[in-house]
Every structure is written in structure tokens, then in C-alpha cells.
Design a protein around this ligand. Structure first.
Ligand code: F6R
Length: 636
């Protein structure tokens, strides 16, 4: 076992006393995956040395991708052989052909089997192709085959937001074996983007059972990103329950959960460390604790008492600070100073306690928007203020967003173009391409181009409405995005160069970007990485000395109150204006392709979220605003 995945030494027990499953938190999913790959490679090699087979239980999904990538690298560069490996995959959709790019058969070959020397006869994946009346026997045989191979030496798992492992959805029994199962709605929602819409996601799957999985000699479960944080907390700290099938793993004596920082954020020791140990009270931790206490007791900050602190694990903080009175005032002021109606700085005003500098009075600003609409959805009010207050605001749309336009929408535009000009061969081809398109098929270049154009024109309509000239609107079309599929390419030098070029051309004083960390493989995160890499390269340039970077959160989440460093209030009128700007993105209204599990339209989500932030500030005892947009500064 890799040293880093070993059980923690005694002495840390205090910190983990709420936890019922051993877990290790890494700084990010890449380094974590490399450790897991090391453990698997060690096992394969030790079995080789003993002349034995190594029986691996394997998972699919986004979580294990980097582990497989590292195993492939070890095979290619370090001679790791898979000749003694027998593999059993957890699950497969049903019905599902092997050739379908969404099948787990396809996934495993694409990510692992095609690149290593595993013997094809040693690969076992539940079949999505067996006849309905043969499934029962197929499942019995699958179980038998695992047994005959000597049982699973190692089982790799991911976890669904329902708490499923394999496809053992809520309700699964502790002793369940391999069987067919109906997928939970949330699981289908999460698979929706890969299938280009939930309607195409199969309703049934074949999965190894809980009983099958828990017989594995060693189990490692991977979870990345804040999206998984709450199910990870329930699984590690909650009671064993069929509602969250992963909790059954609490009964296994050789299991490790490997997490990144995002997935660990809801664990008690991370979320409220003062409840489990003596803390070193930095300013940030103090604010986090005070906000938490105020919210928990439903009391404004200035009303918190010595007793409140003492009863909630913060007695040493109180000793350090002298009294609740002083501590409350300090934290209240800190929050108060995040609020500003001048996101570009207030000219000629003392800026000691303001989030932004007052000079230069007129700033050059770049708003990076991962998709063509995140700018107005996430910071439409701030965008409007920056323009109104005279700054030179540029918007740079990082990707074309073309896969989020439906075929029906594209057909509408192609038909209009054809009516206007009957001899337009391009539109004719687009109409014919859409007509002939099969399910799961990638759009032709021409169709993708039209879909991208639709989003461009919607964006320009919105930016004109906010009031910037078209010359300040930039479409970067980063190449990593242009696969025509949900699965994107890796970020390349070319993407980073495009980002660097626009920054060096504009020489901004302020950059705004989507700081979404929820989905480590999602487009927003890749777009953020492209910015971070560009900044790393550019920071030696003198014009960057004066450039501040502010991160907003995308359509799905908001910063926690203690993270916010600039809160821009919006008047009721501005809330309406922002809504109008979002409306210009018509192809993303009413039943969009990538809805997620939130049925509200984007403008409703944005409005609710901005109102919610204002409400939270107010209940902490600060002024009562209609809505807030929130930002956190990034230091590079
Ligand atoms: C995949 C599987 C599932 C996934 C889980 C998490 O074989 O059985 O349990 O591990 O749905 O999926 P990702 O990793 O995509 O978040």
C-alpha cells in the first residue's frame, strides 16, 4: 500500500472522532490519483512476484480517469505488465451495446484496456447486450466467475450523489448480489450531459451487489469536488443506512476513502474544526467560526455572548481576543468592509477599508466567461456597475458553448437562412445534416459552427444591452472545448496562449473569472486552469503588477459568506436589468440541454442566489439589501 494511503497514526484520533471510515485528503485529484495508481501497481507486482493472478474490481465515471491514465503511463514508461490481471467491472447500463460511446465497455477500453497488455479473456464487464430473460443467469455466472478467480483482491469505487457504489442505489440490501437495478433520478440527471439530455439516459443497469463489493479484500473509494462533499460526510460520519448504500462500507475493515480538498469540505474536522480540536486562530478561521456561530444560533454577530463562544468549542478564541464584545466588532467590521457599490474602486475616496483600489479611476477590465452567458448570470449586476462607472470593460467568452444548443434551435435558424436565400448551400447542408443525425452522433462541423454562432449573437445582444461596444467583446473559442462532445480535450499550450494573448493585449487592472471548483473535470474548472496557467506565465510582466483577479462563482454555487471579499449590492432595478440581460441568451431558456438537477431556469437561480446572499448578510446583522453578487480575490 502506498505510504500516503496507510491508516493514520494514533494521536490524531481526536480530529477523526466523528469519522467511521478511514480517509485521506489530498490537495487535488491528480496527486491523489497517482497515489492510488501506485497502490494498484504495487499489488499487481507483488502478485506477479508470487506467480499469482491479481483480481481487480474496476469502476468507470469521471473519478477514476486519472488513475487509469497513470497506470497506462506506468505500463508504457515503467514496464508495468497487466498479464496477470483479471478484471471485473462494477456495472453497465442496460440495454447498451459495446460500441456505444456511452457504454462502460467503451469507456474501459478507451481509458485503460486498449493501452495495456491485459489479456482480453481476463476482462469481465457486465453485458448490456444479454437478452432480458437471460439477465438473471448472467448475474449468477458473474458472481461465480469472481469467486472462481479467487475473489476481488482490490476494488476501486466512485460514489454517486445518491450514495450509490456501483449502481447500488438507495434501498439496496447489504447482502445484495450482481443484479439489474433501476437507476435513481439523481443518477440519471448526473449522467444527462454525457447522453446529451436526461431523456437519453438508460433507466436500468446491471451492477455488482453490495455483498459482492464488500467481499473485496481491499477497497479504495475516490471522490473529487464539492459536489460530493455532502454525500461523503453522510457516508463517513452518518449511521449505516440503505438510504446511503456507501455507508455499508463502514463495516469493512480495509477500506480507504481518497478525497480531494473539495470533497472533504463537509467533514466535521474541516467544516467546524473548533468542535474537534484546539485551533490556531487565523483571521480567516475566526471569521468562519463567528459566521457559523451566528448562523447556528440565529443571532446577529453583535449579539453573540461569551457563553455562546464557550459552549461551541471557541473558548480559546475568546481567551485570545479578550471578550466577545471586541471579537464581534472586529468580525462585523470585516464583513462590513466587503460591501461596496464600487467594484472598480471609488475614485477620490479613502480606500483603506474598501475591497478595491481607488486608482486608476478608470480601469481596464476583462470579464472571462467560460460559456457565453456566465458573465451576465453570475455577475450581471457588477458588469452593469462597472460600465456605468466608466470603466473600459471587455468580455472574453472562453468557449463557444456550441454543444448546449439544441438541434431544434439550430434547425430553426438554418431554415430561416434558407428561406431568405434558397441557394445558400451551407444552410441546405445544415438542414440535411440535422435531418440525418442519429442519436449520440456528433454534429458536423457546419452544424457546430451554426450552434456557436447562435450563442455569439445572443451574447452580443446581451453585451450591447449592458452597454459595451462590440469591439470589447471577444470570442476565444478555446480549442480544448471543440470536440462536439461532452468529453473535452485536455488543456493545451494553444489554449493557454490564447488566454495570454488577450490579457497582454488589454493589460487589465482587473480580471473577473469563474472560480468554480465544484466539478474538477468540468468546463468551468478547465477554463479557470487556463487562466491560472496564463497568469503564472505573465506575472513577470510589469503591467501585471497592477492587475487584481476576482473570482465569481458560476451558475451552480455561491461562495460561503466567510470566503467573500467583495460583495456588490444590487438595487431592485438592477436585479430586473440583470434578468433582462440573461433573457438575451434565448437558446438557454426553457428546458435547456444541460439543466442539472435544478429545474429552475438560469435567471431564477441567479436571482434566488443573489437574494439569498443578501439575506445571509442581513441575518448576521448587516444592512438589508435586495441582492448581492459575491467575489473572492485570487492572489497569483
Ligand atoms: C461507475 C459506478 C458509479 C460511479 C459513480 C460516480 O462504474 O459504478 O458508482 O463510480 O456514479 O461517478 P463519477 O465518478 O462520474 O462522479
Amino acid at each position: 500500500m502506498s505510504d500516503k494511503l496507510k491508516y493514520t497514526e494514533a494521536g490524531k484520533f481526536e480530529e477523526t472522532r466523528f469519522e467511521k471510515i478511514h480517509n485521506v485528503v489530498f490537495e487535488n485529484s491528480d496527486v491523489a490519483s497517482i497515489e492510488v495508481a501506485k497502490e494498484i501497481a504495487e499489488l499487481i507486482r507483488s502478485k506477479q512476484a508470487a506467480n499469482e493472478h491479481c483480481v481487480l474490481g474496476l469502476a468507470t465515471g469521471s473519478s477514476p480517469i486519472k488513475v487509469y491514465e497513470e497506470l497506462v503511463r506506468m505500463h508504457e514508461e515503467e514496464g508495468l505488465s497487466f498479464k496477470n490481471v483479471i478484471s471485473f467491472n462494477l456495472d453497465e447500463y442496460y440495454p447498451m451495446t459495446k460500441e456505444n460511446t456511452q457504454s462502460y465497455w467503451y469507456f474501459m477500453h478507451e481509458h485503460l484496456f486498449n493501452h495495456v497488455d491485459i489479456l482480453p479473456e481476463n476482462i469481465n464487464i457486465p453485458s448490456g447486450e444479454v437478452k432480458q430473460d437471460e439477465i438473471h443467469q448472467f448475474c449468477i455466472d458473474y458472481e461465480l466467475k469472481i469467486k472462481e478467480a479467487g475473489g476481488l483482491d482490490f476494488q476501486l469505487l466512485g460514489i454517486g450523489r445518491t450514495g450509490h457504489i456501483g449502481f447500488n442505489e438507495p434501498g439496496s440490501h447489504y447482502n445484495s448480489g450482481t443484479r439489474n437495478i433501476t437507476l435513481d433520478h439523481i443518477t440519471r440527471v448526473d449522467a444527462g450531459p454525457a447522453f446529451l439530455g436526461i431523456d437519453h439516459v438508460p433507466r436500468v443497469a446491471i451492477t455488482m451487489g453490495i455483498g459482492t463489493i464488500r467481499k473485496a479484500k481491499r477497497i479504495v473509494l475516490l471522490a473529487w469536488g464539492v459536489n460530493k462533499a455532502s454525500v461523503i460526510r453522510e457516508t463517513i460520519e452518518g449511521e449505516i443506512t440503505a438510504e446511503v448504500p456507501a455507508t455499508y462500507l463502514q463495516r469493512h475493515d480495509n477500506v480507504t476513502f481518497v478525497l480531494d480538498e473539495g470533497a472533504s469540505t463537509e467533514l466535521t474536522r474541516e467544516r467546524t474544526p473548533w468542535l474537534v480540536k484546539n485551533c490556531i486562530w487565523t483571521d480567516d478561521l475566526t471569521l468562519k467560526a463567528v459566521v457559523w456561530l451566528s448562523q447556528k444560533l440565529e443571532k446577529s454577530i453583535l449579539k453573540l455572548t461569551d457563553k455562546d463562544y464557550n459552549f461551541h468549542g471557541m473558548s480559546n478564541l475568546l481567551v485570545e481576543q479578550g471578550s466577545a464584545y471586541q471579537l464581534n466588532i472586529n468580525m462585523f467590521n470585516r464583513l462590513q468592509h466587503t460591501i461596496t457599490g464600487w467594484p472598480g474602486g471609488k475614485p477620490n475616496a479613502d480606500d483603506t477599508n474598501r475591497p478595491e483600489r481607488n486608482t486608476p479611476a478608470r480601469k481596464r477590465v476583462i470579464i472571462f466567461s467560460p460559456h457565453p452567458d456566465d458573465d451576465v448570470i453570475s455577475m450581471g449586476g457588477t458588469f452593469d456597475r462597472l460600465v456605468e462607472q466608466g470603466h473600459e470593460v471587455h468580455v472574453a467568452y472562453q468557449t463557444s458553448g456550441n454543444i448546449a444548443v439544441s438541434d431544434e434551435e439550430a434547425l430553426k435558424f438554418a431554415e430561416v437562412a434558407l428561406e431568405l436565400n434558397g441557394s445558400d448551400t451551407n444552410s441546405k447542408k445544415i438542414v440535411a445534416d440535422l435531418d440525418a443525425k442519429q442519436e449520440y452522433e456528433i454534429d458536423t462541423k457546419e452544424v457546430r459552427n451554426l450552434k456557436g454562432l447562435i450563442r455569439r449573437k445572443e451574447s452580443v445582444a446581451a453585451t450591447r444591452y449592458v452597454g459595451i461596444p462590440d469591439s470589447q467583446v471577444h470570442f476565444l473559442d478555446l480549442p480544448f472545448y471543440e470536440t462536439g462532445r461532452v468529453k473535452k480535450n485536455k488543456l493545451s499550450e494553444q489554449d493557454v496562449t490564447i488566454m495570454k494573448d488577450i490579457i497582454s493585449e488589454i493589460k487589465p487592472h482587473q480580471i473577473y473569472a469563474a472560480g468554480d471548483l465544484a466539478d474538477p473535470h468540468g468546463t468551468h474548472k478547465v477554463c479557470l486552469d487556463s487562466l491560472f496557467l496564463a497568469l503564472e506565465d505573465l506575472k513577470k510582466e510589469s503591467y501585471m503588477d497592477d492587475c487584481w483577479v476576482w473570482l465569481y462563482r458560476g451558475a451552480w454555487h455561491e461562495w460561503d459568506i466567510h470566503d467573500i471579499e467583495m460583495a456588490v449590492p444590487m438595487s431592485p432595478d438592477q436585479v430586473l436589468k440583470k434578468k433582462q440581460a440573461i433573457f438575451y441568451h434565448q437558446s438557454q431558456k426553457d428546458g435547456v440541454m444541460f439543466q442539472g438537477d435544478d429545474s429552475r431556469e438560469f435567471w431564477v437561480r441567479a436571482e434566488d442566489r443573489n437574494k439569498e446572499t443578501a439575506k445571509k448578510y442581513n441575518s448576521l446583522g448587516l444592512a438589508d439589501y435586495a441582492a448581492f453578487e459575491a467575489f473572492k480575490r485570487y492572489h497569483y
